[in-house]
Design a protein around this ligand. Structure first.
Ligand code: SAH
Length: 258
């Protein structure tokens, strides 16, 4: 039974991976938002060591590399994403200082304590949970090093049941902005900046490219129930965003280790 489940699980994973390999981003964000977050971080030099956790195919990592000095390592669980990441870095002439490796953020990271200048993580920290991530990763940062993380957050104290229940089922750690800022502070960082990702980070940069590939993906896997469910889930998420976007979104949090 457990083997059967494992096979189905892995099959799902490879389909999700194939689907998201076709788009530049695997979560909400934009080059402008990445550059804005970067503008709050000072003291980076060509010696700086930067890590992008849950980097996906590296859309934001390449933006980071084009706008900040230093050595950048991307880490993601999916080998296919890392292959695309390294291909992109090479194509952009960045492979001398941008490298992707396969790894899990749920394991201890492959770094010594207090050796990193910046930990970047866009739309990925939910895999470990915001509070656990900001606490556990702090040890790898030098004093005065930064963490920059985008995270799903509530804009209001209360919201309609439908969207509340959706998030409780998918990521119950979603919380209000003041609560997330307090978690950053409690973890041993000065909260340096907080800003809400503009709507186009969802619509133009995430949902629209996904919408463009959905029909072709459905046709390629026609009759496949898992694919139908995957796409239906994505479309549901898009519809919910349109309906409830004043209640939640992604927020960039930038903290400085003290
Ligand atoms: N940062 C990218 C991808 C966000 S999607 C962007 O903004 O476009 C979330 C990413 O987390 C996916 O690429 C997924 O493969 C990765 N991921 C999931 N579980 C992980 C884990 N345990 N360790 C590292 N990466 C993980």
């Amino acid at each position: 039974m457990s083997n059967e489940n494992k096979t189905i699980h892995e099959f799902d994973f490879s389909l999700i991976c194939e689907y998201f390999s076709n788009v530049e981003r695997q979560g909400p964000g934009s080059p402008e938002a990445t550059i804005k977050a970067l503008s709050f971080i000072d003291n980076l030099t060509s010696e700086s060591r930067i890590v992008d956790l849950g980097c996906g195919t590296g859309g934001q990592t390449m933006t980071l590399a084009q706008n900040a000095p230093g050595q950048i390592m991307g880490i993601d669980l999916f080998p296919d994403f890392i292959s695309i990441f390294n291909r992109n870095a090479h194509a952009l002439g960045l492979s001398n200082r941008v490298q992707g490796i396969v790894g899990s953020m749920l394991e201890p990271l492959p770094f010594e304590r207090e050796t990193l200048d910046l930990i970047w993580t866009e739309g990925s920290i939910y895999n470990i949970g915001f509070e656990r991530g900001v606490n556990e990763w702090r040890q790898y940062l030098k004093t005065n090093g930064y963490i920059a993380v985008s995270e799903a957050s509530w804009f209001t104290e209360k919201c309609p049941d439908e969207i509340y229940n959706f998030w409780m089922a998918h990521y119950p750690e979603i919380d209000t902005i003041p609560n997330k800022v307090a978690q950053i502070q409690r973890a041993g960082y000065v909260p340096v900046a907080t800003f809400i990702l503009p709507e186009n980070c969802w619509t133009e940069h995430y949902f629209a490219p996904c919408s463009r590939i959905q029909e072709a993906f459905l046709q390629k896997h026609s009759g496949d129930q898992t694919v139908k469910e995957l796409i239906a889930g994505q479309r549901h998420e898009m519809a919910l965003y349109q309906k409830y976007k004043e209640f939640y979104g992604y927020v960039f949090y930038i903290g400085k280790k003290i």
